[in-house]
Design a protein around this ligand. Structure first.
Ligand SMILES: *Cc1c(COP(=O)(O)O)cnc(C)c1O
Length: 516
């Protein structure tokens, strides 16, 4: 520990300094050491050269570590301890909704009937899976207030792509070929303009007003007969509900355009209000954020879309139908469909988890998730008031955005504050996003945080604010207690070193030989 500060009891988990002296698995390698023992061969040996041809036979494996089983177990266990995850502590990444996911849902997703189902199984042999998907669609339809749902998209970003493709197909089907623009507020997630561009449409930025919501006059001025859609996030990425949503909806629909609602923030409003009721024509839902699948690090996602009646014919195929005579089947004959957007049926295990989660909570529980998420964010906002600048000082939804305005004057940036939080044993919040707030610290505690933990987190941030005044160098040189010190993030992103190399000391990426 350097800097003379006492970061409190939580820092002990970051104190891995001694591990650095441990040898990595390649360094532990000794010629001939193996991690298995097999009985002596009691059948005739196969002559591999004769059986497969010498060009397919490898005599030796060059460059692989020769280690025992215990070496392997310790290696992977040790590197897992250099990491930080949702099961280690708070992960308050704004917009990402990193919450605790009940382990029971993991067990259900692994039930043999679900986990071992083959995607080529005929419909009649996977009636249980089909029924689960159909029932999940109905639940998401109820929650979103939109009649039809496709579970195919594999992420929020792909849900966005699907949604804008549906809107484009709708305009095309009406012979309306002039609608080439998508209006997007300046606080939107980067995937929104990327989606519009991928669909060959032109993203047009709509400015926010001083309150942080859509500027209605700016919207009115921008919308015209070339507008295909407004892409709207509600509550937006500042954690603010769009109060003028009725007016916004009227302006967009009067111009013949549709509303795409980004639903990554559904955990702030579910059970309270429904996008279908406030004007959304298509809405994506991040099952991995709102509905309990561990996410991050590029793991599987699921971003179902819910749509109004007039977009139903264009949904990805196949769709699941309940038959009059009972049972369920995939309907592939969908001539107006935009086509398939995911292999087979999407990420099925996530649908099992989401279904189990919603059924376990029930209608009241779903509503309470939103209430608790909003309460946690507002409680944190009040605890940090005065210690950090609050650019939009109003009741927030499930996330709150501070800025580094007060600390910047002392030479301490939002990034420094985040690095210092790691010394206190917390994952940093989302930083420098949304772009409309300079030096943003975007915090989403989620509904699964306890009062005790949120207080510890607030205490840490308050202590850092004090350090910024009294000993700014402690903050600007943080982290001090983590396995690797501060990385050069630009270098780590531009020149990631992804393989261990005895010649690589880690200095290239500011300390971490496996990238950041
Ligand atoms: C996370 C997020 C997305 C993208 O979702 P992915 O599943 O990560 O593709 C889109 N919009 C907002 C507001 C988000 O927070």
């Amino acid at each position: 520990m350097t800097g003379g500060a006492n970061p409190g009891p939580r820092a002990s988990r970051g104190a891995h300094g001694q591990l650095k002296a441990e040898k990595l698995i390649f360094e532990r390698s000794r010629p001939g050491r193996v991690g298995y023992s097999l009985p002596a061969l009691d059948v005739p040996a196969v002559d591999a050269h004769a059986a497969w041809g010498s060009e397919h036979v490898r005599e030796d494996l060059v460059g692989f570590p020769e280690v025992s089983e215990v070496d392997v177990v310790r290696h992977f266990t040790r590197i897992s301890q250099h990491n930080y995850g949702i099961d280690v502590g708070l992960h308050p990444l704004g917009s990402c909704t990193m919450k605790y996911n009940p382990k029971f849902n993991e067990r259900l997703a692994r039930l043999t009937g679900f986990g071992a189902a083959h995607p080529y199984m005929p419909d009649e042999l996977m009636q249980g899976g089909l029924e689960l998907m159909w029932r999940l669609e109905r639940l998401l339809s109820e929650i979103s207030g939109l009649p039809h749902v496709s579970l195919q998209p594999a992420a929020g970003a792909q849900g966005e792509l699907t949604g804008i493709m549906l809107i484009a197909a709708y305009h095309r089907s009406r012979g309306d070929s002039s609608r080439g623009k998508v209006l997007i507020p300046d606080s939107a997630h980067g995937t929104n303009p990327a989606t519009a561009s991928l669909c060959g449409l032109i993203p047009i930025e709509i400015p926010s007003n001083a309150a942080g919501t859509i500027d209605v006059d700016g919207l009115q001025a921008a919308v015209d007969e070339e507008t295909a859609a407004l892409m709207l996030t509600n509550p937006n990425t500042l954690g603010l509900f769009e109060r003028d949503i009725d007016e916004i909806s009227r302006i967009v629909h009067d111009a013949g355009a549709l509303i795409y609602c980004d639903g990554a923030n559904l955990n702030a409003i579910m059970g309270k209000t429904r996008p279908g009721d406030f004007g959304a024509d298509v809405f994506h839902i991040n099952l991995h954020k709102t509905f309990t699948t561990p996410h991050g690090g590029g793991g599987p996602g699921c971003g179902p879309v819910a749509v109004v009646e007039r977009l139903e014919p264009f949904l990805p195929r196949p769709v699941i139908v309940r038959q009059n005579e009972g049972g369920f089947r995939f309907e592939h004959d969908r001539p107006r469909s935009i086509g398939k957007i995911h292999a087979f049926h999407g990420n099925f295990a996530m649908m099992v988890r989401a279904y189990a989660y919603i059924r376990a909570l029930g209608a009241e529980g779903v509503r309470q998730v939103s209430e608790d998420a909003v309460l946690a964010a507002n409680y944190l906002k009040e605890r940090l008031r005065g210690h950090y600048e609050l650019p939009h000082d109003t009741t927030c939804m499930h996330e709150v955005v501070f800025s580094d305005e007060l600390q910047k004057k002392l030479g301490v940036s939002a990034m420094d504050i985040c690095k210092r939080l790691m010394d206190y044993g917390f994952h940093p919040p989302t930083v420098y996003f949304p772009l409309v707030v300079h030096g943003a610290l975007m915090i989403e505690p989620t509904e699964t945080v306890s009062l005790q933990e949120i207080d510890e987190f607030a205490d840490a941030l308050i202590a850092i604010a004090r350090e910024a005044q009294q000993e700014p160098e402690t903050v600007t040189t943080a982290p001090h207690s983590t396995y690797h010190r501060r990385l050069d993030e630009v270098l780590a992103a531009r020149h990631p070193v992804l393989r261990w190399d005895p010649a690589c000391t880690g200095e290239e990426t500011g300390g971490d030989p496996v990238g950041s």
